[in-house]
Ligand binder design. Sequence first.
Ligand code: PSU
Ligand code: MN
Length: 301
Amino acid sequence: MPHIKLSEEVAEALERERPLVGLESTIFSHLGLPSPANQEALARATAAIRSQGAVPAVTAIIDGIPRVGLEESEQESILGPARKTAERDIAVAVAQRWSVGATTVSASLALCAEVGIPVFATGGIGGVHHGSETTGDVSSDLGAISLHSVVTVCAGAKAFLDIPKTLEVLETEAVPVLGYQTDEFPLFYARSAGIPVPARVESAGEVAAILAERIRWDQGGVLLAVPVPENAAIPEHEIRSAIEDALERSHGLRGAEVTPFVLEQIAQITGGRSIPANLALAENNARVAAQVAVEFSKLLG
Ligand code: PSU
Ligand code: MN
């Protein structure tokens, strides 16, 4: 794979067919979480993956080179300022030699699929924004989840999106959406939002079997939604009103400015509780993803 640089550990794990879990880098950069929470999130997510016997593979673009797996000494480079890199940006980032491109879900899935990593963990996926009828703002994450044969483990979509519309687009894109031990699609910071999930699964083994079936049919990816752990969750009514207020304050902002601003406002309104919730769910998703990767490698073995 000459166009992608693998870390030593990831190269060896791929060679030996050990379970691997991909991670994006946008959430760990200043675009996703404030410092030092971003560093803690990365440390906890990678430790959770290792605790299940799997190998973490952080994706990024560094000095114009697509990377899957970063050496310990390189991890710091994604924690600072970075350019947001979606799937369509990979080619631009390489040709223009961007110094640090922080991969979003879509770019990360493209890299995982290219090297053969079947499971990927994130916090929340991108989706359909409120007002998309006029702005057309629908994340390329949805198309990437549909296209690449990888399981994406998330705690829902970015909290301030139009969740019912996001689920409609996933249906249109023929993506199986699975609730992990839940009947509802979780609301990122809250465990439920009263929106039924199309299918419920109870175990990592079931998810692995569904991925195997998708691959057999050459049908692309799977979305697994895992509710935020109970002890870090924010009650639904509270987070809904925080999101409403934050969106109100963001009027006039467009495009890339919106997410960091709204997340910062949500943190303020919740008295900082949205940050530990975000860390807990990222860690939990990484752990469940690793369990799926372990089960999937048993199916292959
Ligand atoms: N969810 C969050 N914060 C984020 C993201 C998701 O709570 O920063 C990032 C992820 O990397 C996701 C990306 O893939 O935002 C989607 O961006 P867009 O909506 O511009 O496609
Ligand atoms: Mn967008």
